[in-house]
Design a protein around this ligand. Structure first.
Ligand code: ZN
Length: 333
């Protein structure tokens, strides 16, 4: 016989009040709610404890590729915290005011995976600047236990180690990832090649998570694309608590659900890709996705912008298909 407590917490999720549930019925009320919700998210993630570094960034390598320039950069996001990233520029690298996409990666692998497996190079060849950073605990930012160049080690991350280390400070991985992405935007928005009014963000899985959080918290993101990360928290994270540690935010179940985060992105164009068989959606599959999309859609409707929220469903599992995404970016950025 086992006496488990998961069922107790699943019931508790239903009984607690989520204080920042989206209920606004005017644009003004939506904006006021978004501002208050942002403040609360910044508080519960512990982002308010992050420390700005002196602006420090250095381009270590620049290579002319076929149709784009690939640069490798190091920057400080907090004093002594270094974030490496690739920056792709179209053509010979001399174009100015380009639309720009941020591509955060998922839980397995780092920035190399993002720009090899997805559409970073396609975008650069089409005239976009593209930035692919390593999140804390991934790629070149893995802690000592996961470091190494073997294929198996390259897929590993230190999200659990870092999450457990920072929990005692009242911080969490989601907040630190967004902090780093914000500092990355501070930097690239000063560059001539980047049009600061045309910046988007796209990611899969953990990268989809970073995208939703980043776009919800920062209006500089004008277009957001998330794949493999948009589902109700209860089925996906309370009933599946073995998911990557970076998913968990103190007090989140008392703050809002995923659809409310989508509502924070409205009316900025938002593309959600879901796989019919994505196990991370939980036992009910897409039934745990539709209500969240509906919540977000109500916020878009306040602006007459329902068509700016696209829900694209494919027949696969937890995977990036990208159907329609390039068009969506071209149309909206
Ligand atoms: Zn993770």
């Amino acid at each position: 016989m086992y006496y488990t407590c998961k069922e107790y917490y699943e019931k508790k999720f239903d009984s607690v009040k989520r204080e920042y549930t989206f209920t606004a019925d005017t644009q003004e009320a939506h904006q006021a709610w978004k501002k208050a919700a942002r403040e609360r998210l910044i508080e519960i993630t512990g982002m308010n404890q992050c420390v700005r570094a002196e602006a420090q960034a250095e381009c270590k390598e620049s290579t002319q590729m076929d149709g784009y320039v690939e640069e490798y950069w190091l920057m400080q996001t907090e004093p002594g915290v270094t974030m490496p990233f690739y920056f792709l520029k179209p053509g010979n690298g001399e174009a100015k005011n380009c639309p720009t996409m941020v591509n955060p990666h998922g839980h397995g692998g780092g920035k190399e995976k993002t720009f090899r497996d997805w559409f970073a190079v396609d975008l650069a060849k089409k005239g976009y600047c593209v930035v692919c950073p390593d999140a804390r605990g991934s790629g070149e930012r893995r802690e000592q236990w996961q470091q190494g160049d073997e294929a198996e080690k390259l897929r590993m991350n230190s999200h659990r180690e870092i999450q457990q280390m920072i929990l005692g400070f009242g911080q969490c991985m989601a907040g630190l990832a967004v902090w780093d992405l914000m500092r990355l935007l501070d930097l690239i928005c000063t560059w001539d090649c980047v049009d600061e009014n045309r910046i988007g963000c796209a990611g899969m899985s953990g990268g989809g998570q970073q995208t939703v959080w980043f776009a919800a918290l920062d209006d500089r993101i004008k277009v957001a694309i998330t794949s493999g990360y948009f589902y109700g928290f209860k089925d996906s994270l309370v009933s599946l608590p073995g998911n990557c540690a970076c998913n968990f935010v103190p007090n989140m179940w008392r703050t809002m659900d995923m659809g409310d985060m989508g509502a924070m992105i409205a009316p900025r164009p938002f593309f959600v890709e879901s796989g019919e068989k994505d196990h991370l959606e939980g036992a009910r599959g897409l039934e745990n996705v539709y209500p969240q999309v509906q919540t977000a859609k109500k916020a878009f409707a306040l602006y007459g912008a329902e068509e700016k929220l696209v829900h694209s469903i494919h027949d696969g599992g937890h995977e990036w298909r990208g159907n329609g995404m390039l068009d969506f970016i071209d149309r909206n950025l």
